[in-house]
Design a protein around this ligand. Structure first.
Ligand code: UDP
Ligand code: MG
Length: 333
């Protein structure tokens, strides 16, 4: 059964995570439509995932009459990466383009991206050349973050690439088959392999509203990225152990020398310093272990990644709160 009245899959699906973006959505839909019509005619869909917005975003989306619009209303706010995942699982298109709702990434790039995919690439990912309206702090932390993650992991993660990317159906299917809970989507796409090419563009300012990535969320994303793509931090324990052991041997030599020459009671300060230093190294390493252990705990529970409150496709609605929704609207159509 097809809920949209189309018998075949669209050529292009847009996937848009939406969290409190009411002021920008009208402009977004207008520009997505314009950009699509030029490239694929009417053969597209726009999958907006409402990630538990608390403003009028959902009402706005529901009030739209665009036949191409598909709204996935999640049961609550799950965060950007899970919202993306829900959108990727709901999308039926032969190609899927992920874009943020704030119009920082230009939808008009769809033409060149489609052309690059026609050349046989499976993923065309946007790389930001210049970013307007973002302060040095965001730029600096983003810079450090991308370099750190790619140093720590063996998966190629393109620096300065966001989630703005066009993917072929097989790339999306492969990505959807990856079950992990802590999702750093752009890294997971890198892990997929296949042919991936960058496309460079200037990043604009947000059209409306403000960023939902304050420092705290950026840190969480960074830790998710590092822990899901690398176990190197766990190896730091052995490294730190080896270094401390070496220092210990040197210090033992010094202590013996002091004992032989008769100066023994002094040195409380250095002793206290050593105890504090070693204690903090041990706690730090325990913390790193805990970070991985906690993730394993959450992962082995095998909970579904999200629940859907309502799926709205061109007026026809269905409620589906079961994860079987993830087993793909495509199969049903
Ligand atoms: N977003 C979301 N859930 C959240 C936070 C953000 O779906 O909990 C969406 C948001 O609506 C936007 C995209 O994710 O479409 C990127 O967020 P934002 O623009 O705030 O991030 P930034 O571009 O500042 O990194
Ligand atoms: Mg943004």
């Amino acid at each position: 059964m097809d809920t949209r009245g189309h018998s075949k899959e669209p050529r292009l699906s847009w996937v848009v995570p939406v969290y409190n973006e009411e002021d920008g959505l009208g402009e977004l839909l207008r520009r997505l439509k314009l950009a699509s019509v030029e490239i694929v005619g009417e053969d597209y869909e726009i999958v907006c995932v409402n990630d538990g917005s608390t403003d009028g975003s959902l009402d706005f989306l529901k009030s739209q009459e665009q036949p191409a619009l598909v709204v996935v209303d999640l049961a609550r706010n799950y965060g950007h990466q899970i919202a993306l995942t829900a959108g990727l699982e709901a999308a039926r298109g032969a190609r899927v383009l992920i874009i943020d709702a704030d119009l920082q990434d230009p939808p008009e790039l769809v033409g060149p991206m489609m052309a690059l995919m026609d050349d046989g690439n499976d993923v065309v990912y946007g790389v930001r050349k210049k970013r307007d309206g973002e302060n040095w702090f965001k730029l600096g932390t983003a810079y450090a973050f991308y370099r750190l993650v790619s140093k720590l992991s063996s998966t190629p993660i393109a620096p300065d690439a966001g989630d703005f990317r066009l993917m072929s159906r097989r790339a999306v299917d492969n990505l959807n088959s990856m079950p992990e809970r802590f999702r750093f989507v752009r890294g997971m796409v890198g892990w997929l392999g296949l042919k991936q090419v960058p496309i460079h563009y200037d990043r604009a300012e947000r059209f409306a509203g403000k960023t939902h990535y304050p420092l705290r969320k950026m840190l969480v994303l960074a830790i998710d990225a590092i822990t899901s793509f690398s176990i190197l931090p766990l190896r730091f324990a052995s490294l730190a152990g080896a270094i401390c052991g070496l220092l210990g041997i040197l210090l033992m030599g010094f202590a013996l020398y002091a004992w032989i020459t008769g100066n023994v009671v002094q040195g409380w300060t250095s002793l206290a310093g050593l105890v504090l230093l070693l204690g903090s190294v041990q706690l730090l390493i325990l913390g790193v272990f805990g970070e991985y252990l906690g993730r394993m705990y959450l992962e082995v529970k095998r909970r579904p990644l999200y629940f859907v409150n309502e799926l709205i496709t061109n007026g026809a609605r269905e409620t589906n709160s079961s994860p079987s929704f993830r087993k793909n609207r495509r199969e049903r159509s």
